[in-house]
Design a protein around this ligand. Structure first.
Ligand SMILES: Nc1ncnc2c1ncn2[C@@H]1O[C@H](COP(=O)(O)OP(=O)(O)OP(=O)(O)O)[C@@H](O)[C@H]1O
Length: 428
């Protein structure tokens, strides 16, 4: 097997993560003995290049937020190494991290709890200058007001309090605070998932514009693949504390290699209006994500994978490049050469791992229903299979029509910036 080289990049990475691990101990009894550990992040290695956006996607509980907090050093790693601009920052203490805080900032998911309700917007956005002892040219007030304008708020908001703002506006305040000191790296943890769908596109577009204006590098964490697709240059897919696939955005969407990525993508509606209404297949993974306290042996995804063979249960697949710039951790990848061709006997779990359903958009479904008489299921179809397939296809078409709304809004790049929610209600 030949392993293609990674895409050569002459620039040094801004952030380099190697073998990053975070286990949260579970303690019990009077003596508070450690009885187990939540393996939230278990051996992540990746680079973030200057000026790029790395999207990190995965189901709830797979360790995305923990990873974000580790690379911004809000959490102490159990093992591994984090380098920022070539400097090892893995174990820097608070004092030594302070100058670095200028360069590495975080935007949080919840714009309601991340702003101190007793402070004015001026105090909140101006806080990083005070903490860093920076005296901006032209004075603090003017600089903060400029920053407010830059994120689509009004300079008059300076003396207002967070409760006077909507969710979208609060997230803009959070963004202004994070960008006040012109950081180099911004880690945004689910920056739009707490917002109404109609507001999400505005905040995503704002982050995009600010990246160009200020030359920022982003790590954007999200569970929503349509948001991730819109903003990312490269995407890392996480499952149970590990990166299972890491690739350029277009490669990942056109030729996903990890079965988990394929399943995730099959649930994403097609944003192309010409193809809307076309039938597509959706892979529904059965079963829940296993506990990170006792993750499966071998490949962590093998208990839900339709391609799992013996080796998958025994040996963990390494994350390797199977195409240029496309890394995957799988013994039997999709769209690439099988890494273990001799191992062909499917595990029992693999045979029951998924439901594959045909999905039609809501519009198409309605048209079909109107045109044809009600279909009856053939006599020889087992009863259980009838009801299962009915349930699956129903939920699938529902999910798709619901999700496609999200995409059409999130992908509407032309949406003018949030004048309606951004200023109108609070300018009085
Ligand atoms: N401080 C903590 N103590 C113990 N366990 C924790 C702690 N923080 C996170 N965890 C556990 O680590 C695992 C990963 O959590 P994390 O929040 O990083 O996942 P996530 O992918 O960001 O999920 P979500 O999208 O729901 O926030 C979860 O099982 C979580 O319960």
């Amino acid at each position: 097997m030949t392993i293609p080289a990674q895409k050569e990049s002459s620039v040094e990475p801004l952030l380099k993560v190697d073998g990053l691990v975070k286990h949260f101990p579970i303690k019990k009894g009077l003596l508070q003995r450690q009885v187990a550990a939540v393996q939230a992040v278990d051996g992540l290695s990746f680079d973030v290049r200057p000026g790029e956006t790395l999207g990190v996607v995965g189901e709830s509980g797979c360790g995305k937020s923990t990873m974000g907090r580790l690379i911004t050093r809000l959490l102490e790693p159990t093992a591994g190494r984090v380098e920022f601009e070539g400097t090892d920052i893995t174990h820097l203490n608070t004092g030594k991290m302070r100058p670095l805080r200028r360069d590495v900032q975080m935007i949080f998911q919840d714009p309601y709890s991340s702003l101190n309700p007793r402070h004015t917007i001026g105090t909140i956005v101006g806080a990083p200058f005070k903490l860093q002892g920076v005296k901006p040219e032209g004075g603090l007030r003017k600089t903060v007001q400029e920053m407010l304008e830059r994120v689509g708020l009004s300079p008059e908001h300076y003396n207002r309090y967070p409760h006077e703002f909507s969710g979208g506006q609060r997230q803009r305040i959070g963004i202004a605070r994070a960008l006040a000191l012109r950081p180099k790296l911004v880690v945004a943890d689910e920056p739009v998932s707490a917002l109404d769908v109609s507001i999400q596109a505005q905040v995503v577009n704002l982050l995009d514009d600010l990246q160009d204006e200020l030359g920022l590098t982003y790590v954007i964490i999200a569970h929503d693949l349509s948001v991730i697709r819109h903003v990312s240059d490269r995407i890392a897919v996480m499952y149970l504390g590990k990166i299972v696939e890491l690739a350029d955005r277009n490669d990942l969407y056109s030729t996903p290699m990890h079965p988990y990525t394929k399943a995730l993508l099959s649930a994403v509606p097609v944003p192309d209006p010409k193809r809307r209404g076309a039938k597509s297949e959706r892979i529904l993974l059965r079963g829940d994500v296993p506990s990170p306290i006792d993750p499966p042996t071998g490949c962590r995804f093998h208990t839900r994978c339709w391609k799992a063979t013996e080796i998958c249960a025994k040996t963990e697949p390494p994350l390797i490049a199977l195409a240029t710039g496309h890394q995957v951790a799988c013994h039997h990848p999709e769209n690439a050469e099988d890494q273990q061709p001799g191992d062909t006997k499917l595990l029992q779990v693999a045979k029951e791992a998924i439901d594959v359903v045909s999905v039609v958009s809501k519009a198409e479904e309605t048209a079909e229903e109107a045109a044809a008489p009600k279909k009856t299921v053939g006599k020889d179809t087992p009863k259980a299979a009838k009801s299962a397939s009915k349930g699956a296809s129903k939920s699938a078409s529902k999910g798709v029509s619901k999700a496609s709304k999200g995409v059409s809004k999130a992908a509407s790049e032309d949406t003018p910036q949030a004048e309606s929610e951004g200023q109108a209600s609070n300018d009085s």
